[in-house]
Write a protein that binds this ligand. Structure first.
Ligand code: PRP
Ligand code: MG
Length: 214
């Protein structure tokens, strides 16, 4: 038998981690080590799991350093439009939305013309604003974006909204949904034919799990 293994990237920390491991487990794939080791092998399937930072995964796929990933669609839209997207996995559902302070009398996107917007999703925001013919000044921050209006850094924010609790706790209201997202399988454009055939087996198992879940 071939020693070839498929390399899959999974989010190291964050909301996708647990459900990503669970779907692999439900597909009958056991992974030995915890994520502290950053790279783990399966005992019963030709798979190597690499635990990576969300935002780094598109580049690893592009370079062919990993063959496949479980990742949020929102990250692919922001950083990996060139990467092949396969199955939607039905978990980690969220939206990428624009929000403003509750006191802001918002009547439409034109209200943000000339304003400052803090976000971790500059490409998504720029595309959205361009389409709407609105120009704004973007401040790129990587986390805790919702604090920006309260410290005077921005007039509005654009970030992931799931339960809405972070917006609520920071006195913000959601005013535009830019996109909806969930976890998906993403495939490297550089995957080899050998690994592609392992991937087909993995996808077959994952599809069976998804069918059983509905
Ligand atoms: C994410 C995201 C939002 C929040 C949305 O942040 O950036 O802030 O979750 O979830 P909610 O609508 O259920 O409150 P996270 O807590 O992962 O931290 P980070 O922004 O520092 O990365
Ligand atoms: Mg956050």
């Amino acid at each position: 038998m071939s020693k070839e293994k498929l390399r899959i990237a999974v989010q190291k920390s964050g909301r996708l981690y647990e459900d990503s491991i669970k779907i692999l487990k439900d597909a009958g794939i056991s992974i030995d080590n915890g994520k502290e080791q950053l790279k783990a092998s399966s005992r019963n399937f030709p798979l190597e799991v690499m635990y990576l930072r969300n935002g780094d995964i598109p580049q690893y796929l592009r370079d062919g350093v990993v063959d496949v990933a479980i990742i949020g669609e929102n990250v692919l839209i922001e950083k990996g439009q060139d990467i092949i997207q396969a199955e939607k996995l039905g978990f980690s559902k969220c939206r990428v939305s624009m929000a403003v302070p509750k006191s802001f009398k918002y009547s439409g996107i034109k209200d943000l013309d000339g304003m400052k917007i803090a976000t971790s999703y500059p490409n998504t925001v720029n595309e959205f604003l361009k389409e709407k013919g609105v120009s704004a000044e973007l401040h790129i921050i990587n986390g805790s974006v919702e604090i920006a209006p309260n410290i005077g850094l921005a007039d509005a924010i654009c970030d992931i909204v799931s339960s809405g609790s972070t917006l609520f706790k920071n006195g913000l209201k959601e005013v535009e949904v830019m996109l909806k997202s969930e976890a998906v399988i993403a495939i490297s454009p550089k995957i080899s034919p050998e690994r592609e055939s392992i991937l087909q087996k993995l996808q077959f198992r994952i599809k069976s799990v998804l069918n059983a879940r509905t």
